[in-house]
Ligand binder design. Structure first.
Ligand SMILES: CC(C)(COP(=O)(O)OP(=O)(O)OC[C@H]1O[C@@H](n2cnc3c(N)ncnc32)[C@H](O)[C@@H]1OP(=O)(O)O)[C@@H](O)C(=O)NCCC(=O)NCCS
Length: 384
């Protein structure tokens, strides 16, 4: 690169923006660690509450620390009448992600520590957001279906209580474990688009609510978090599993992307998708009706995509491919998939902000201007 050449990285591909101890992804080996712990062991042995603590505080909690953290989350679960009213006014006409970003933005008006940017206050805000976002997502699900808000049940853990507030009844152990697993798998994933958006907003020294609202907005798109809902939509459009291969063939021929495949960092099987796949084959084999149809379609699509684009193009299933049919089995409607993702990722977004703020520097990249210069201004009446 000489003095006149500019090296542009479209989409910031390959650019490092910060040092971090929150998360490491090895996209070639297909490995993921939260604060040094392999995702496989957290998925098998941990819980969302423990992972949230790990991300926010930097180490695994002792028993007393976890109990006290879980209590703090419970204390912060309920939402005000004002937030409920906002959700109710939008739930039936807007997508849940749009309702979520509005409700989270509105939460800022109720936090007495909003403008206190000390690490301690930000940690407390992160805990409030983690507790309340799950409640908001459940409330959106209820009100979207024309049902009333259900108050949190503090005898229940985070994932169990979410399903209780959404459905009105306590989930069975398998469903509660699955929702907890989804929260663990979605809690953090490096400097992806939504985390970067969160950090860009936070780097201006806007408050944590503003930063998290930015993260939610970026997560919505089908190239990012919205891929889970889009992948299920595709499986439903395929309808009969026997149509899968033709659908994929036509889509690829038309240069369409197959949602739930491909990743900027993973050039092999996403380790989170691998974890979900074992649930997938198990639930698929003992289900009937739509879940059975969806799982069959998904497995045929997976086989064909891996044969066509796996090793040759590095396009493999990602976490958003297998989650849809499992959520349907658990009783979660499709439009809530991405909001649940956000309700988990708030912990990772917050952890990155807490890490970045002590040595904050505003994000301000450059763009390379290729237009004309010094054009002569012509009066509007004289323009041809
Ligand atoms: C995740 C994603 C945005 C990564 O994007 P990226 O690193 O910028 O890669 P690109 O979109 O430039 O893709 C590179 C090539 O692979 C192809 N490709 C990538 N993902 C594909 C998919 N899901 N289906 C078909 N082709 C795909 C692109 O068409 C492109 O082909 P080309 O070089 O012939 O033009 C992309 O893989 C994608 O859109 N996937 C579907 C959405 C999704 O599942 N997102 C959730 C990610 S966790």
């Amino acid at each position: 690169m000489n003095g006149n050449e500019v090296k542009i990285s479209i989409g910031l591909e390959g650019i490092y923006i910060a040092e971090t101890k929150v998360c490491k992804i090895d996209g070639i080996a297909g490995k993921l660690w939260y604060r040094g712990y392999p995702i496989e062991s957290l998925a098998a042995d941990s819980s969302f509450e423990e992972v949230a603590y790990l991300l926010l505080y930097g180490s695994l909690p002792k028993k007393t620390e976890l109990d006290s953290f879980a209590e703090q989350l419970k204390k912060e679960r309920d939402i005000s009448d004002n937030i409920k009213m906002i959700i109710k006014s939008l739930a039936q006409k807007s997508h849940p992600m749009d309702v979520l970003r509005t409700a989270v933005s509105a939460l800022s008006s109720e936090d007495p520590e909003l403008t206190d940017n000390s690490p301690e206050a930000n940690l407390r805000k992160a805990v409030r957001l983690t507790a309340k976002m799950t409640t908001i997502v459940a409330a959106i699900g209820r009100m979207r279906a024309g049902k009333d808000y259900i108050k949190p049940d503090n005898s229940l853990g985070h994932a169990e209580n979410f399903m209780y507030m959404l459905s009105g009844s306590k989930p069975n152990k398998e469903v509660a474990k699955f929702i907890d697993l989804m929260l663990v798998l979605h809690a953090e994933h490096g400097t992806n688009a939504s985390t970067f958006s969160t950090m860009v907003t936070g780097s201006t020294l806007a408050d944590l609510y503003a930063a998290i609202t930015s993260g939610i907005c970026a997560l919505k798109g089908p190239l990012h978090g919205g891929a889970d809902e889009a992948a299920l939509k595709m499986m439903r459009t395929i309808g009969d599993p026997a149509n899968t291969e033709k659908y994929i063939e036509d889509a690829l021929a038309g240069k369409q992307k197959i949602m739930g495949f491909g990743h900027r960092v993973y050039k092999t099987y996403d380790p989170r998708a691998k974890i979900l796949r074992s649930w997938f084959t198990d639930i698929g084999s003992k289900s009937s009706g739509e879940v059975k149809t969806l799982t069959e379609t998904a497995l045929r699509a997976e086989k064909m995509m891996i044969e066509r684009l796996g090793a040759s193009h590095g396009i493999w299933p990602n976490i958003d491919f297998f989650s849809g049919p499992l959520y349907i089995w658990a009783g979660v409607p499709a439009e809530l998939f991405t909001p649940i993702f956000a309700a988990a990722r708030v912990t990772g977004w917050s952890a990155h902000m807490l890490e970045y703020w002590p040595n904050n520097k505003i994000f301000r990249p450059l763009d390379h201007y290729t237009g004309q210069l010094d054009l002569k201004y012509i009066n509007i009446n004289d323009r041809k």
